[in-house]
Design a protein around this ligand. Structure first.
Ligand SMILES: C[S@@+](CC[C@H](N)C(=O)[O-])C[C@H]1O[C@@H](n2cnc3c(N)ncnc32)[C@H](O)[C@@H]1O
Length: 384
């Protein structure tokens, strides 16, 4: 439905000159995002129509899906209670075309189908031009969703605001605050900046609210997010929900500058994005990103007994006679292996671990960097 809305807003034939120009603008934007080359430093690319269009068409759909993935993850971690209401409010900070607000609209529409439900979205950005685009898109989305489910209402407002300037002008206590792909544009990580972001989240969130951070899967941005994660972990009033156990210090920051953490999810590229990829020399075959979810209080969150809770932070690696994966837990990040001869019913779930999955694992031994499961180890997948 979102792709149809975008195609209607940006009609263009895949072979047209306009489509080729758009692909070139997307290639320029991509070079800027990944190498900081091609545009002026501190460039307000959203102020230029060609880059607004490029962003909305090419980056909105994948970022939308990443945001939906995180909302689903949060729902699983909060045991559904977080959504158990008739009204929900979201603040989309650094909204661009409105990615996270639109994701929340589709996500909640699917959850509350047939019910009377009100979603309040407040979209904040420093660029007034992208806020206008956002208003139009939010209207298109809300009309399309209302057509399918007449009781589903979206109340959308925009506010021009720099995130580091504070929360003045923001009236609501939000159930969710999203910072999606905006940290990368807010200068180098430093204590003071992280503190401002924490204060912003603290003021903007309702007592049971969640803050979501989503950043590109590049080492520098992922590590920036991990530093922010540790800053949140040090705050009494916040709990780390995802992607890792609630330990005080992330083990990836202590060992080597090369360590970092990311998610990788499958998606079916819309045809027009596959065509842009071919023309622009890009590849968006899977969705890679890094994320952080924090809660203002531990409301109804499944505490799994931190000792046995792990997060899968690598792919599953099959070698001769054994299968292994890196897991992050209370004591840090270790390589866990299961010898084929030790496979059993209770540890069988180890064989289908996926990156980003939360698991409970009991019964293993080892020292140094490697831990080994045995026939009696118990592995349980915690995500639904
Ligand atoms: C890469 S876009 C991300 C858009 C959207 N959140 C997404 O994930 O698709 C970054 C957006 O953040 C905005 N931005 C950058 N720094 C900001 C700041 N300090 N305060 C508010 N908005 C900011 C930019 O104008 C731009 O629209």
């Amino acid at each position: 439905m979102l792709v149809d809305i975008l195609k209607k807003r940006f009609p263009s034939n895949g072979n047209s000159k306009r489509f080729q120009e758009l692909s070139k603008d997307i290639a320029d934007l991509s070079r800027w995002f990944t190498q900081k080359k091609g545009l002026e430093p501190q460039s307000d690319y959203m102020g230029q129509k060609k880059f607004r269009d490029a962003y909305t068409l090419y980056y909105l759909p994948p970022n939308f899906l990443k945001a939906v993935y995180l909302l689903e993850k949060a729902e699983g971690l909060c045991g559904g209670q977080w959504l158990d209401k008739k009204e929900f409010s979201i603040l989309d900070a650094g909204c661009g075309p409105g990615t996270a607000g639109i994701a929340a609209a589709f996500f909640l529409h699917a959850k509350k189908r047939g019910e009377k439900f009100k979603l309040r979205i407040v979209s904040v950005d420093r660029s007034p031009e992208i806020l206008k685009e956002n208003t139009q898109l939010a209207k298109d989305v809300s009309n399309a969703l209302k057509k399918e489910s007449p009781g589903f209402e979206v109340d959308h407002q925009t506010l021009r605001l720099g995130i580091l300037e504070g929360t003045s002008g923001l009236a609501l206590e939000f159930d969710a605050v999203f910072f999606s792909n905006v940290l990368a544009e807010m200068g180098p990580p430093e204590k003071e900046r992280d503190l401002k972001i924490i204060r912003f989240a603290q003021k903007a969130l309702a007592p049971t609210g969640l803050a979501f951070f989503l950043e590109p899967a590049q080492r520098i941005h992922a590590r920036t997010l991990l530093y922010l994660r540790d800053a949140f972990a040090g705050e009494k009033r916040f709990s780390i929900l995802s992607p890792c156990p609630p330990v005080l210090k992330c083990p990836a920051l202590g060992r080597s500058e090369k360590d970092w953490c990311h998610d990788d999810i499958h998606w079916e590229r819309p045809d027009y994005i596959a065509r842009i990829d071919r023309l622009a020399g890009l590849r968006k075959e899977s969705l890679k990103f890094t994320h952080l979810i924090v809660s203002k209080e531990a409301h109804g969150i499944i505490k799994t007994g931190a000792e046995d809770r792990f997060v899968v932070v690598s792919e599953l690696m099959a070698e001769k006679g054994k299968v292994s994966a890196f897991l992050c837990g209370n004591d840090g990040r270790f390589r866990f292996e299961l010898l084929r001869k030790d496979e059993s019913e209770s540890n069988g779930a180890f064989l289908s671990l996926k990156r980003g999955e939360n698991i409970s694992l009991q019964g293993f031994s080892g020292e140094g960097e490697t831990r080994r499961l045995n026939k009696n180890s118990v592995v349980l997948a915690l995500d639904e």
